[in-house]
Design a protein around this ligand. Structure first.
Ligand code: PLP
Length: 432
C-alpha cells in the first residue's frame, strides 16, 4: 500500500507525511494541509464494537500509513481521549452529541490532546525544546495549555487579550505554570495574533526558539475531529436505523471540516449543516457564489465570532466547483436573541442545559429540521458561560469537578505591552 500523503490546498505537488504536516502547521506556501485521498472504511466501521479510543484509532491510523507515528496511534488515542463522549437522546431520532467532557470543557480538548500526543513523540532535531505560540480569544488557549502541561521538551506561550475573556476562561489560561507561560496582552485578540505572526517573522525569535503553532488550522487538530463524527454517526444509525443530519456550531469551520472528512471516508451521515451566529460569510457565499471575508461582530457565542474562517479553504478544496459546494454545504445563521430564547425554552422543555454555542445548533434544529433525524453538536460545557446561561434559566449551574479544580488554582501570568519588544523580553525571561 502506498503511503498516506497530505498536500497543500495551494499546491498538489507539495506532498508530506502526516507528522511533517503536524510539525509545520501551515504549508510553506501559506496553504493548508489536506489528505491527498481519503481511505474508504465504509461498512467495516458499522460492525465495530470497541471503545471510542479504539474506534478513533481505526479511523485515524490510515492517515499515518508509512509515517513513524503509525504504530503510536493507538496509544495517542487512548491517552488523548480518556473522557466520555455521550449522546443525549431528546427523542427517538434526535440527539445531542456532547463534545465537552474533556479537561477544559470544550470540544477543542480532542484536537489539542491528540496534537500534544503526536508532537511529544516527534524526535527533536535540536537540543532545544519545541516552543509553541498560541494567540487565543478563549477556548483554544485553555485546551492547548491543559494538553501540553508538563510535556517534556515542549514550552508553550499563550497570549490573551486583557479584559476580553470571561473570568473562568482567564482562569483556564493562567492556572498552569511550569512549561506553560501565560502572557496577558494590553490589547485586543488581533494584537495577540499579530504578535504571534510577528514572532514567526522575526530572526531574533528563531535564534532562541524552535517555533511552531497549535492553532486550529494544524492538521493534528483536524484528524481527531473526524473520528468522533464518524463514531457518533454509527451510534446514531445503530439506534435509529437512520442516517443523521449533523448540525455543527461553527466559527473557523475546523470542527465541521472533520465531519466532511468523515463523510468522505464513508461515515453514515445524511447531511452536514453549519450553524453560525451573526457572523455569516458562509451564508452569504452560498447565496452569491462570491467569497467575501467580513469584519467579525461580537455575539453571545464568542468562540464562533469569526469573519474570515480559515478552514473554508479546506472545504473549497474538497468541493472546488461552486455547484458541488452548494450541493454539500448548508449554513444557517442565528441571532443573539434566538440564542437566548433557545437556551431558555429548551431548558424548560427538557431540563437540558445548552451553552450559547450549542444553542446555535439547537435553534437551527428547532426552526428547520423539527421532523427530521438530527444530531446537534454541543461544543462547550454550559458552566463556562454561566453569566449568560444562569439568568436565562433562573438557577445556578453545577460545575463539573475537573473544571472546579482548575478554577481553584492560583493564576500566574506576565503582563506585556502589545509590541514585539515586550513579547521578546518576557519570552526570554520565562524560557527555561
Ligand atoms: C472553537 C469553538 C467553536 C467553533 O469551532 P470551529 O472549529 O472554529 O468552527 C464552537 N464552539 C465552541 C465552544 C468553540 O470553542
Amino acid at each position: 500500500m502506498a503511503n498516506a500523503v497530505f498536500v497543500s490546498t495551494r499546491n498538489p505537488q507539495h506532498q508530506v507525511l502526516a507528522s511533517e504536516a503536524i510539525e509545520r502547521g501551515p504549508a510553506p506556501d501559506g496553504g493548508l494541509y489536506v489528505p491527498a485521498f481519503f481511505p474508504k472504511l465504509g461498512e467495516k466501521m458499522l460492525a465495530f464494537s470497541g471503545s471510542f479510543p479504539q474506534f478513533a484509532a481505526e479511523v485515524i491510523r490510515p492517515f499515518f500509513k508509512g509515517d513513524f507515528l503509525e504504530k503510536a496511534i493507538d496509544d495517542i488515542c487512548h491517552q488523548a481521549f480518556s473522557f466520555s463522549l455521550p449522546l443525549f437522546w431528546e427523542s427517538a431520532d434526535k440527539a445531542i452529541l456532547e463534545l465537552f467532557h474533556g479537561p477544559t470543557g470544550a470540544f477543542k480538548d480532542f484536537g489539542a490532546r491528540f496534537l500534544a500526543g503526536a508532537l511529544e513523540r516527534s524526535p527533536r532535531k535540536s537540543a532545544r525544546p519545541l516552543t509553541i505560540l498560541v494567540a487565543t480569544s478563549g477556548d483554544t488557549g485553555g485546551a492547548v495549555a491543559s494538553a501540553f502541561y508538563q510535556k517534556k521538551m515542549i514550552e508553550v506561550f499563550i497570549l490573551f487579550p486583557r479584559g476580553r475573556v470571561s473570568e473562568r476562561q482567564e482562569k483556564q489560561l493562567t492556572c498552569w505554570g511550569e512549561n506553560i507561560h501565560s502572557l496577558q496582552v494590553a490589547g485586543s485578540f488581533d494584537d495577540c495574533q499579530a504578535l504571534v505572526k510577528g514572532a514567526f517573522a522575526d530572526q531574533r525569535f528563531h535564534q532562541v526558539f524552535d517555533l511552531t503553532s497549535a492553532n486550529s488550522i494544524n492538521l493534528g487538530r483536524l484528524l481527531p475531529q473526524m473520528s468522533y463524527f464518524y463514531y457518533a454517526s454509527v451510534e446514531f444509525l445503530k439506534k435509529t436505523g437512520k442516517r443523521a443530519k449533523i448540525i455543527i456550531p461553527s466559527g473557523n469551520v475546523g470542527n465541521a471540516v472533520g465531519a466532511y472528512w468523515a463523510l468522505e471516508m464513508g461515515a453514515p451521515i445524511e447531511k452536514i449543516v453549519l450553524a453560525v451566529n451573526a457572523n455569516r460569510p458562509v451564508v452569504d457565499y452560498l447565496a452569491t457564489g462570491e467569497w467575501k471575508a467580513r469584519e467579525s461582530v461580537p455575539t453571545l457565542a464568542n468562540a464562533m465570532d469569526v469573519g474570515n474562517p480559515s478552514n473554508i479553504e479546506r472545504l473549497r478544496h474538497l468541493y472546488p466547483k461552486f455547484s458541488q459546494f452548494k450541493n454539500k454545504v448548508s449554513c444557517f445563521s442565528v441571532s443573539d436573541e434566538e440564542i437566548r430564547q433557545t437556551i431558555g425554552q429548551y431548558f424548560e422543555e427538557t431540563q437540558y442545559l445548552l451553552c450559547p454555542h450549542s444553542a446555535v445548533a439547537k435553534a437551527i434544529d428547532r426552526q428547520l429540521f423539527k421532523e427530521e433525524a438530527t444530531l446537534s453538536v454541543a461544543t462547550a460545557h454550559p458552566a463556562k458561560f454561566e453569566t449568560i446561561v444562569e439568568p436565562l434559566i433562573g438557577k445556578v449551574i453545577n460545575i463539573p469537578a475537573h473544571l472546579e479544580l482548575l478554577l481553584e488554582r492560583k493564576s500566574i501570568y506576565e503582563q506585556i505591552a502589545p509590541d514585539l519588544e515586550s513579547f521578546y523580553s518576557a519570552a526570554l525571561k520565562l524560557y527555561c
